[in-house]
Design a protein around this ligand. Structure first.
Ligand SMILES: [Zn+2]
Length: 111
C-alpha cells in the first residue's frame, strides 16, 4: 500500500509543464544531496480523466532543505541544461528549438 507523505513536511520548490525539465531539476538536487520527490509526474499529456492544463509535474523537498534547493535551482532557472535559452534582448526564456525569440524576434545569439 502506498501511504502518501504528510504534506506539511514538504515544500514545493520547482514546477514546469515540461516533465523533462522537472526531472533535470531533480537530478541537480540529487547531485546536491537534496532528496526531492516528484509529484504529478505522469499527469502532463495524459488523456482521459485528468485535465493537464493546470497540473504540472512538481518537485517537493523536505522543508528544512527548501532554502538550499531553491538556491540550487536558481542557478538553472535561466540556464536549464536541457536547452532553454535566454534572450539577450528581452530576457525571455525560449525553447531550444526556437531560432529566434518568441517575444521580440531577436535572433538567438551564441554569445
Ligand atoms: Zn527577446
Amino acid at each position: 500500500m502506498m501511504e502518501s507523505t504528510v504534506l506539511e513536511d514538504k515544500q514545493l520548490v520547482f514546477t514546469h509543464p515540461n516533465s523533462f525539465l522537472v526531472m533535470n531539476a531533480k537530478n541537480l538536487l540529487d547531485i546536491n544531496r537534496i532528496n526531492a520527490e516528484v509529484r504529478n509526474e505522469f499527469s502532463v499529456g495524459a488523456v482521459g480523466e485528468l485535465s493537464f492544463v493546470d497540473v504540472w509535474p512538481e518537485l517537493w523537498v523536505n522543508r528544512w532543505q527548501a532554502a538550499k534547493a531553491k538556491d540550487v535551482l536558481a542557478d538553472i532557472e535561466c540556464d536549464l541544461s536541457s536547452g532553454m535559452w535566454c534572450c539577450c534582448n528581452c530576457k525571455e526564456e525560449n525553447e531550444v528549438s526556437f531560432e529566434s525569440c518568441w517575444s521580440c524576434s531577436q535572433d538567438r545569439a551564441d554569445d
